[in-house]
Structures are given as structure tokens and as C-alpha cells.
Write a protein that binds this ligand. Structure first.
Ligand code: TRP
Length: 450
């Protein structure tokens, strides 16, 4: 067994654990993915199921991942290896899933960067109708070069921060970017609530229509919850491996979960009123924020400012998340393959850039090239959010609930007896019985077994 813990970085200040983990959780999943997934699945009804998934499954699982990370001070693979070799597959599932997520996440991140730049230069303000914005978007994502350029820039920005290290890179960027993100989001929410004709959008978002709910809705809500919270694939294991001994794991998890859900709800508050005010279907899919919003901003005074600020919000949210995904792979290569951190970071960067390039082209020149009828871009999204994350989550709760030494779990959660955990029993019950049962049910249901 290798011992890295003595040379390993730890996060500094009291808020660091929350900010860094929230930086991972809050991302495109909240602002780009959540609104269109909710729009596709019945709005308010989806929100209810989503919040149930977050509280009953997401929160216990995040605590479980934190436990594994801080108990071992290793990367995702090394952590499970140190606890029980037979469970290392969970770590590998994580590293592979992080790599595959980056494959499409970097593409969308690149779009947000391009849209931000084009908002700033005023290019994006030259059109008027939603149809025009739709063709601008289609032309853009199908273009072989422009998305690649912005995706590469985004990958390099991520790389640069990762190379600076855990404290100077990851921690410092989170401390700067997360407060910025909240200021922007609150400003945009106020702006949106004051918009005439937005009430219909809020009603759609908050009034549950359970007639839209199908078995698939539960899987989608679950996948969205795990994706948004960054759980199931060892990202939180990796981040918690840098936590200090004093960090309160369940308070950190609770704060991160609350912040993440708040951002998703505020993103809905920003986006749905806008969508309804111009009469676009809220079900327009991944293009929602790229087509609908620019056309809405355009009708407003100071449109350039609003749209630049909105896309800056997306860039910031995306960046703190790509950093966390990159770190999962980098820490693994660094610690398990004994590469220098620099070499590990470059390897991750070049490999993800190659995958992202193909994923980007799969929306344009390579769109004939499909897997089960999906483009590479869509299959990466589907495979990770709907399969690898829930499967990873299932085995994580089985591992921590049933296999992990109870003493280790209790020590981590109570910081060696210093903290009280009144609902420890409830937590264990959720982790051992409720999480695995619900995860299995949702799977079997979607395989058509009922
Ligand atoms: N949670 C991020 C978002 O909502 C994306 C992300 C970062 C992620 N790390 C992850 C998703 C790990 C799943 C697993 O955009």
C-alpha cells in the first residue's frame, strides 16, 4: 500500500469544504440541464420528485462519499482499494464516468463561453426572432471549428487551475467564483421576477401536474439529482480526501445540498418566466438556454448586459464543475500511476479534449455516426446520468451501509466522537435500506419488469 497522506494537500479555511464541494455541485446541471429536464417532465411535478430524490437519496449518499474520502485520504480508486480491494470497481466506475461526463460537459461549457463572448461583442444582439436564434444556435453547434475553439479554451482554463494545485487552484478559484455566481444569480432572479408576463412560467414551474409523471420521470429525476449533486462517481470522495479532520461532514453535505437545490430552483425562476413571456415551449431540450434566453434578453433594455451576465454565470458554474471532474481523473493518475501532478493533469486534459472534440463533431459533420440512435454527445449524457451515476450510487450506499466498518463510519461522521449526530439511526436506515431499495426499484421499473 502506498502512503500519500503525509504529502497530501488539505483545504484551508472553515468555509473551504463547503465552497469547494458546492463548486463541484453547482454547474451546468443546475442552470442548463435542470430547467429543460423539468420542462420536459411536467414542471412542478418533476420538482417535487426531484426534491424527494435529493433529500432521501442524495444527502445520505453525499455523506457516504465524504466518509470514504476522508477516511482514506486517497483518490476514488485508491480509496476503495484501501478499504476493500473487491470494491475498487466503484472507484474505476468513478474515474471512467468523470472522463465520459467531461466529454460532453466541456462541449456545452465551450458553447457558454462562445455565447458570453458574443454577448459582450454585441453579435448576439443582432437577431430578433426565436427562429433566428434557433438557426444561429444550430449553425454554431454544427460548425466543425468554432465550438472546438471555445471548448479548447475552456479545457485549458480548467487545466491551468488544476495544475496550480488543490489549495492555490481549486480552493482559491472556488472562493472567488462561488460568491460571484450567487451575486449574478440573485440579480438575474430579481430581474426575472419583475418581468411582465412571467407569472405563467412560474406557475408552470411550481404547480405540480402529476398526469405527466411516468416511471421514466423517476429515473430522470434521480439521474438529475445525482448529476446535479455530483454524487455516485467518487467526485465527493476525491474532494473529501482533502478535507481537514475538523470538517463536519454532515453539515458540509447539508449546506452543499441546500445551495445546489437553491441554485437549481433559482435557475428555474430565471428561465421559465422568460420562456413563457415569448411563448416558446418549455420542452425545447438542451437548446433552451441557448435559443430562448438570447431572444428574450434581446427585447429588453440593456440586453447586451443581461445576456453577457447570464452567460458569465454559466461559464463560472461550469468551470468549478469541470475542475472537480478533472481532479477525479488527475488525482487517480497522479496517485495510482505515480505520475507527477503535472503529467497527470496533461494526460487528463489531452484525453478529455480528444473525446470532447469527437462529441462536438457528433452534433454536426459526424451526426450520421450514432449509438443506439443517439449521437455520441447524447449517448455520453444518457450513459452517465441515467446509468453510471445511479449504478455508482447504488453500490456506494451498499458499500458504506453494509460493508464499511461501522467504527470508521461513526468516527468520520462524529469526528472521533466530538460531534453529536442525533439522527444517526435515520441516516443508517436510509443508507442501508431506503437508498438501495429505491435505486433498484427505479432500475427494474425502467427495464419494464413491473
Ligand atoms: N454537478 C455538476 C453540475 O451540476 C456536474 C458534475 C461535476 C458532476 N462533478 C460531477 C456530475 C460528478 C456527476 C458526478 O453541473
Amino acid at each position: 500500500m502506498h502512503h500519500h497522506s503525509h504529502t497530501r494537500a488539505t483545504l484551508g479555511g472553515k468555509m473551504s469544504a463547503v465552497l469547494v464541494a458546492a463548486g463541484s455541485s453547482v454547474g451546468l446541471g443546475n442552470i442548463w440541464r435542470f430547467p429543460y429536464v423539468a420542462g420536459d417532465n411536467g414542471g412542478g411535478a418533476f420538482l417535487v420528485i426531484y426534491i424527494l430524490c435529493v433529500v432521501l437519496l442524495g444527502l445520505p449518499l453525499m455523506i457516504a462519499e465524504f466518509t470514504v474520502g476522508r477516511a482514506t485520504h486517497r483518490n476514488a480508486v485508491g480509496a476503495y482499494q484501501a478499504l476493500d480491494r473487491r470494491w475498487s470497481f466503484l472507484g474505476y466506475n468513478g474515474v471512467i464516468a468523470a472522463f465520459l461526463i467531461l466529454g460532453f460537459y466541456f462541449v456545452v461549457s465551450g458553447w457558454t463561453a462562445e455565447y458570453m463572448v458574443h454577448s459582450l461583442t454585441g453579435d448576439l444582439a443582432r437577431y430578433t426572432t426565436a427562429e433566428e436564434y434557433s438557426s444561429v444556435y444550430e449553425n454554431f453547434i454544427r460548425n466543425p471549428w468554432r465550438p472546438l475553439l471555445y471548448t479548447s479554451l475552456f479545457v485549458l482554463a480548467t487545466h491551468f487551475i488544476i495544475e496550480l494545485g488543490v489549495q492555490k487552484g481549486i480552493e482559491r478559484s472556488a472562493k472567488l467564483l462561488m460568491p460571484l455566481l450567487f451575486v449574478i444569480l440573485i440579480a438575474l432572479s430579481i430581474h426575472s421576477l419583475l418581468m411582465p408576463g412571467g407569472g405563467e412560467g412560474l406557475r408552470f414551474f411550481f404547480r405540480p401536474d402529476f398526469s405527466k409523471v411516468t416511471p421514466q420521470t423517476f429515473l430522470v429525476a434521480l439521474g438529475q439529482a445525482f448529476f446535479s449533486l455530483s454524487i455516485g462517481i467518487g467526485t465527493m470522495v476525491t474532494y473529501a480526501s482533502y478535507f481537514k479532520p475538523e470538517t463536519n461532514l454532515r453539515h458540509t453535505a447539508l449546506n452543499v445540498t441546500i445551495l445546489d437545490t437553491l441554485v437549481a430552483v433559482l435557475a428555474g425562476v430565471v428561465i421559465f418566466p422568460a420562456v413563457f413571456s415569448v411563448g416558446i415551449a418549455p420542452t425545447s431540450g438542451p437548446s433552451l438556454v441557448f435559443i430562448t434566453l438570447p431572444s428574450i434578453f434581446n427585447g429588453m433594455p440593456l440586453s447586451m448586459v443581461w445576456s453577457s451576465v447570464f452567460f458569465l454565470l454559466l461559464v463560472v458554474a461550469a468551470l468549478t464543475s469541470t475542475i472537480s471532474l478533472h481532479e477525479v481523473v488527475t488525482a487517480y493518475l497522479h496517485e495510482e500511476w505515480h505520475m507527477s501532478r503535472r503529467a497527470a493533469a496533461w494526460t487528463t486534459t489531452l484525453a478529455t479534449l480528444a473525446l470532447a472534440a469527437v462529441a462536438s463533431l457528433s452534433l454536426g459533420v459526424l451526426d450520421g455516426w450514432t449509438i443506439c440512435g443517439l449521437t455520441l454527445f447524447d449517448s455520453l449524457d444518457y450513459l452517465t446520468a441515467n446509468i453510471l451515476l445511479p449504478v455508482g450510487g447504488l453500490f456506494t450506499c451498499l458499500f458504506v451501509g453494509w460493508r464499511l466498518d461501522r467504527k470508521v463510519l461513526k468516527e468520520q461522521i462524529t469526528n472521533h466522537g466530538e460531534l453529536k449526530f442525533r439522527i444517526y439511526g435515520v441516516f443508517i436506515f436510509l443508507l442501508r435500506y431506503i437508498c438501495p431499495a429505491v435505486l433498484l426499484l427505479i432500475f427494474l421499473d425502467n427495464l419494464g419488469l413491473f
